[in-house]
Design a protein around this ligand. Structure first.
Ligand code: PGA
Length: 253
C-alpha cells in the first residue's frame, strides 16, 4: 500500500507570528477531521522549523519538512543549511529539486543527486520534484524531459535508497499560475514516471513509491486529481497558506 501524502510548501512566505497561527489552525483542524490515513507534511522556511515542530508535537500524522538542503555535508558555505542540521531538528522530509530552485538558483540534475544522497544518509525522506516547462509541454516532449530528470538525478541510487523517496510531479506551467493540469494529464505523467522507475528498479519498488501532484492544486480540484490511480497526494503551494484550504485538500482522498 502506497502512502497518501499531502505536503504544504510555504515557500518564502509568512512571518513568525503568521506561521505559528497557520500551524495551530491546521493542527486543530487535522486533529478534528478524519485524516488519520493521510501523511501531512508542513514545509515552512527554515527559521520556522523549531516553532512548527513544537506545535505539531503529539499529532501523529503531521510531519516536519524543509524546502531544501545543501549539496554539501558541512563547511564554509555561508547561508546554507545541511541535511544533518535538519535531521538534528527533527525534520523528516525535505523537498529537493523544486523547479524554483532549479530555475532561480541554478540547481542541476547532478547537484540534486548529491542533495538526495545527503538527505538519505541523514535519515530524511526526499520529496524529489520533477516537471516540464510550458514550451516542452507544447512541443510534446514532456515525458522524455521528465524521465530524463529522474534518470540523471536518481538512477545511480541503489534499490534500498530509491524506495525511500517520494516523487512530486509539478508541471512548471501549472505552478502558481492557477492553471492546473487536468486529472488525466496528471495521471498520464504519473503512470509514465512509475513505469520509468519500474524499468530501472522493478515493478514492486515502483508500485510502492508515492508520486504527488503539484501545481495549482486547490480544494476544488484535489478530489478529482487524487482520484486517479497513480496520484498519491499533492505538493501544495499557495493553498497551503490557508488552513481551511489546506485541510480541505488533506480530506480530499
Ligand atoms: P502552487 O505551488 O500550489 O502554488 O501552484 C506548488 C509548488 O510549487 O509546490
Amino acid at each position: 500500500m502506497r502512502k497518501k501524502i499531502v505536503a504544504g510548501n510555504w515557500k518564502m512566505n509568512l512571518t513568525q507570528t503568521e506561521g505559528q497561527k497557520l500551524t495551530s489552525e491546521i493542527v486543530n483542524m487535522i486533529k478534528d477531521e478524519s485524516t488519520q490515513d493521510v501523511t501531512v507534511v508542513l514545509n515552512p522556511p527554515f527559521v520556522h522549523l523549531q516553532a512548527v515542530k513544537k506545535l505539531i508535537e503529539g499529532v501523529n500524522n503531521i510531519y516536519l519538512g524543509a524546502q531544501n538542503c545543501s549539496d554539501k555535508a558541512s563547511g564554509a558555505y555561508t547561508g546554507e543549511i545541511s541535511a544533518s542540521m535538519l535531521a538534528s531538528f527533527g525534520v523528516s522530509y525535505v523537498i529537493i529539486g523544486h523547479s524554483e530552485r532549479r530555475e532561480y538558483f541554478g540547481e542541476t540534475n547532478s547537484m540534486l543527486t548529491d542533495k538526495v544522497k545527503l538527505a538519505l544518509e541523514n535519515g530524511l525522506t526526499p520529496i524529489f520534484c520533477c516537471g516540464e516547462p510550458l514550451d516542452i509541454r507544447e512541443n510534446g516532449t514532456h515525458a522524455a524531459y521528465v524521465t530524463n530528470q529522474l534518470s540523471e538525478s536518481l538512477f545511480g541510487l541503489e534499490e534500498q535508497d530509491i524506495k525511500r523517496l517520494v516523487i512530486a510531479y509539478e508541471p512548471i506551467w501549472a505552478i502558481g499560475t492557477g492553471k492546473t493540469a487536468s486529472s488525466d494529464q496528471a495521471q498520464e505523467m504519473h503512470a509514465t514516471i512509475r513505469e520509468h522507475l519500474a524499468s530501472k528498479y522493478g515493478k514492486e519498488i515502483a508500485e510502492n513509491m508515492s508520486i504527488l501532484y503539484g501545481g495549482s492544486c486547490k480544494p476544488d480540484n484535489a478530489k478529482d486529481i487524487f482520484s486517479k490511480p497513480d496520484v498519491d497526494g499533492g505538493l501544495i503551494g499557495g493553498a497551503s497558506l490557508k488552513s481551511r484550504d489546506f485541510t480541505d485538500i488533506v480530506t480530499s482522498f
